[in-house]
Design a protein around this ligand. Structure first.
Ligand code: HT7
Ligand code: ZN
Length: 890
């Protein structure tokens, strides 16, 4: 397989002005004709025109209406190269055949539950027709679709519907025209038996936009929340960024077979049904929140991605980092800002940081790739993807440095300069810099250096001089291909607390021989952003009347690993009083991480495990503090994930980490039983299900209390949880009770799992939750159960959601996937080889579970390595799986 390098980027020799597509749809065989207006970049150029194409049958090629003879082009399995071309502009017409029903890769044109749909990002358009499949080719499209009227009554594509009508033989057609230039990855077509929920949105300049969400008829009632989310997103983008929708129609289609979450095709977003369909009975709060975020995300792409797109795929973060940042901000504004930040950061720590320290580490803008799709591959979901989420952190740092207005000015300039263009990360950087006349020092290193910077901070107080000093030192660890790193520009937001936990007003900071005033027109300031740019650097706060406790990296102002000299009592004080809620939570997490690591060492040395009473006391105060936001409390009493702890160990020990986390949970449940019981009593759902912050926060707190109580395995608690399960009136509460009971092996677990399936067997999205819950289970020897579930009638290896639930869920269980006898690795190896023949994108996501195998002990390493080697020796292995497996072994 060929590696593609950023440094080799070349402007295309030819551009396309307009593209007229014509589809004659058939499940077995679809005929696609395209008519392209081509012009050379340099007048009189005689370069060949190389078109990408895969799994297509070429029927004919014409230039200026004249059919080419075989000697006028070259055709191989990946390209059509046209050699004898006229100088100047010309019309190119290509006729091809494609086979949607056979297309199980779910890229290009394929069938999902009887309907046609497309997925073109990153490089799927080449499976539809021969084309220059690269994002810097932007053209205006028309799309004419012809199909059987009874089988495919609805025919959709991008832009406006220009014409439709009946044809002979029970056929009909629709002609769509998209007035905006776009790259081919934003092309979309949908055809099938669908019905819509309709609504309208009037933009602030008075444009009346028709909104339609399409699903099979029986699912239309489940689209209310998606429609609410879409309208909220449209309004938010106007309010916060002044960005309005630009067409009269916006369509969303939900399909059950989809490799990722959703796709932002111009005016025709296609969604995985799990991110559209929701009702209180069938979807949990987490599903509702994900729908809000992803509907927002795809909608926001209309400006950040579609109107301004990427020059090449190395610039993916230009659209994805920025759009993830925008959706995070949207969700924060719609719910609780600190809690959203806490969730995003825990995900970063559990999934991205481990990736950034492993063989797959690459910068926010990578230098090379074999298969572009692999850059979208997080641990089973897009939002767990390292460089997309790290890209969002980079965008957040611009905002931290520039403030809200400065950031908005930068965005305005970006659109003013680049609307309708395909651009690079430097263009975004330049807009931010120029709009604010900002000094960004070496900020661009965030795009080119991989690895998570480790920043150490040492503090000292000088009582005589009334100064408080923070000494920073930073190190960026080596990553594949980047052994030596330069210091980064790290914005560190800092506040100081006095010994009673009160915020200290900041007056000025000495740095590098300069004194910088922090005060703001006589108004007290409690947080300042330090610009850390050197390998070692000191900042000195003046006028500090007693030794303060620093609250560092407030709001997690940079994606780094921070190591401080804060004592346990400093951390307890921050946990109790920090006005920055993120850091309040963080103080608890630092304490918990220390505690867990110490207990892991005890466990490994066969010492008895004892829980520090101060930690129990700290959590008891949080749990009993009724003034706190309930969702915050739920987060604050949740222990760091096992992945996060393993990531901090020299040699990851899944058994020890699991045993310790289980021990602490049980012990906490035992010590805090009274508080947990009253938490459940006081937070039961009483009214009808409402998805708003107070209600979901109450459910989150009650359900985490329930999970703790279930871990006690005593009959009173088990009965309590069973009652919660039986009396639940929404999926959040019902599933939480089910999951709480499913922790404990035994008859009660088996009965309740069977009951849940029999209740929900008709709803495939709920059944996926049921698969995932069993797959993730820590019950010993669970691999056999998961193997059996492969042949369950509701399971299907061709459906990505089912694979992510069952196989992905299994790989997320440290004890069973990493079972010392290698049974988990063997199971995954077998599945990857089967799956690769069906859907390489999904297979490569699954194989990435092996990528950090060197973090484990030698026995596990050898077992995992053997599976990777076996996979690599498979005949006809896809580039997707090859890239991940070979880089993991390198
Ligand atoms: N921009 C979308 C990316 C995407 C994708 C990439 C590779 C293979 C399949 C895919 N489906 C969607 C997703 C987004 O930004 O939400
Ligand atoms: Zn996106």
């Amino acid at each position: 397989p060929k590696e593609i390098f950023l440094k080799d980027y070349k402007l295309p020799d030819y551009y396309f002005d307009s593209v007229d597509l014509n589809f004659s749809l058939g499940a077995e065989k679809t005929i696609v004709s395209s008519k392209i207006a081509v012009f050379p970049r340099v007048e009189g150029s005689s370069s060949p025109l190389v078109l990408d194409g895969q799994d297509l049958k070429l029927l004919s090629v014409r230039i200026n209406s004249k059919e080419l003879k075989e000697e006028d082009y070259r055709l191989d399995s990946r390209h059509l190269t046209l050699t004898s071309l006229p100088s100047g502009t010309f019309t190119l017409e290509i006729l091809t055949e494609t086979y949607p029903e056979k297309n199980t890769s779910l890229e290009g044109l394929y069938k999902s539950s009887g309907n046609f749909c497309t997925q073109c990002e990153a490089e799927g358009f080449r499976k539809i027709t021969f084309y220059q499949d690269r994002p810097d080719i932007m053209a205006k499209y028309t799309c004419r679709i012809e199909a059987d009227k009874s089988l495919y009554p609805v025919l959709l594509s991008n832009g406006n519907l220009i014409e439709q009508g009946d044809l002979e033989g029970n056929k009909h057609f629709a002609l769509w025209e998209d007035p905006f230039k776009k790259p081919c990855y934003l092309f979309a077509l949908v055809a099938g038996q669908l019905e819509s929920r309709d609504d309208t949105f009037v933009t602030r300049s008075g444009r009346k936009v028709a909104l339609r969400i399409w699903t099979p008829a029986q699912d239309v009632p489940k689209t209310a929340h998606a429609m609410y989310s879409l309208k909220a997103a449209m309004k938010w983008d106007e309010d916060v960024f002044g960005l309005e929708y630009d067409l009269d129609l916006f369509n969303i289609v939900a399909v059950p077979d989809f490799n990722m979450g959703a796709m932002e095709n111009k005016s025709l977003n296609i969604f995985n049904s799990r991110l559209v369909l929701a009702s209180p009975e069938t979807a949990s709060d987490a599903d509702y929140a994900a729908i809000l975020g992803v509907i927002g995300h795809e909608y926001f792409h209309n400006w950040t991605g579609n109107r301004v797109t990427c020059r090449d795929w190395f610039q993916l973060s230009l659209k994805e980092g920025l759009t993830v940042f925008r959706d995070q901000e949207f969700s924060s504004d719609m719910g609780s800002r600190p809690v959203k930040r806490i969730s995003d950061v825990s995900r970063l720590r559990n999934y991205q940081f481990p990736q950034d320290a492993g063989p797959m580490a690459h910068p926010v803008r990578p230098h090379s790739y074999i298969k572009m799709d692999n850059f979208y591959t997080g641990k089973f979901s897009f939002s767990n993807n390292l460089f997309i989420v790290k890209g969002a952190e980079v965008v957040r740092m611009y905002k931290t440095l520039l403030g809200s207005q400065g950031f908005r000015n930068g965005m305005d300039l970006y659109f003013k300069r680049h609307d309708g263009q395909a651009v690079t990360c430097e263009d975004f950087f330049a807009a931010m810099r120029d709009a604010n006349k900002a000094d960004f020092a070496n900020f661009l290193l965030w795009y080119s250096q991989a690895g998570t910077p480790v920043v150490k901070v040492a503090s000292s107080y000088n009582a005589e001089a009334r100064t408080f000093s923070l000494k920073f030192s930073q190190e960026v660890p080596p990553t594949p291909g980047q052994p030596i790193k330069e210091p980064m520009f790290i914005p560190v937001a800092v506040g100081l607390l006095d010994s009673t936990g009160k915020e200290v007003p900041l007056s000025s900071v000495h740095h590098d021989g300069t004194l910088q005033s922090v005060a703001n027109n006589g108004q007290p300031v409690y947080t300042t952003v330090l610009r850390v740019t050197e390998k070692e650097e000191e900042f000195v706060f003046s006028d500090v009347s007693e030794r303060p406790i620093p609250s560092l990296l407030r709001g997690y102002s940079a994606p780094i690993r921070l190591e401080t000299d804060l004592t346990d009592s400093d951390l307890f004080l921050l946990l109790a009083y920090d006005s920055d809620e993120f850091n309040r939570w963080e103080a608890g997490q630092v304490l918990a991480r220390k505690l867990m690591l110490n207990l892991v060492a005890d466990f490994q040395q066969n010492k008895p495990l004892v829980l520090n009473p101060k930690f129990v006391h700290g959590l008891r105060s949080i749990l009993s503090d009724l003034s706190l936001d309930k969702e915050f409390v739920a987060k604050a009493i949740t222990l760091p994930g096992e992945g996060e702890i393993m990531d901090m160990m020299e040699v990851a020990d899944p058994d020890a980490v699991h045993a310790v986390r289980t021990f602490i949970r049980k012990q906490l449940a035992h010590e805090l039983k009274a508080e947990l019981l009253s938490t459940v009593e006081n937070n039961r759902s009483t009214e009808e299900y409402v998805f708003d912050h107070p209600n979901l926060a109450r459910r989150a707190l009650k359900n985490i209390a329930l999970a703790y109580l279930a871990s006690l395995e005593d009959s009173r608690c088990t009965e309590l949880v069973l009652n919660e399960y039986r009396s639940a009136t929404n999926m959040t509460d019902q599933f939480a009770a089910l999951a709480a009971i499913a922790q404990n092996p035994g008859k009660t677990r088996d009965d309740i799992l069977a009951d849940f399936y029999s209740k929900w067997q008709e709803d495939y999205l709920v059944v996926n939750k049921w698969f995932a819950l069993q797959a993730m289970s820590d019950v010993p020897g669970n691999v056999e159960n998961v193997r059996n579930l492969l042949s369950h009638p509701a399971f299907d290896l061709r459906n990505p959601n089912k694979v992510y639930s069952l196989i992905g869920g299994f790989c997320g269980s440290p004890v069973n996937f990493h079972a010392k006898d290698g049974s988990g690795y063997k199971f995954l190896g077998e599945i990857v080889m089967q799956l690769d023949k069906i859907n390489p994108q999904v297979a490569s996501r699954m194989v990435s579970a092996f990528s950090r195998f060197r973090r484990y002990d030698e026995t596990r390493q050898n077992l995992a390595k053997a599976q990777l080697e076996k996979i690599l020796s498979t005949n006809g292995l896809s580039e997707n799986v090859f890239e991940i497996a070979s880089k993991s072994l390198a």
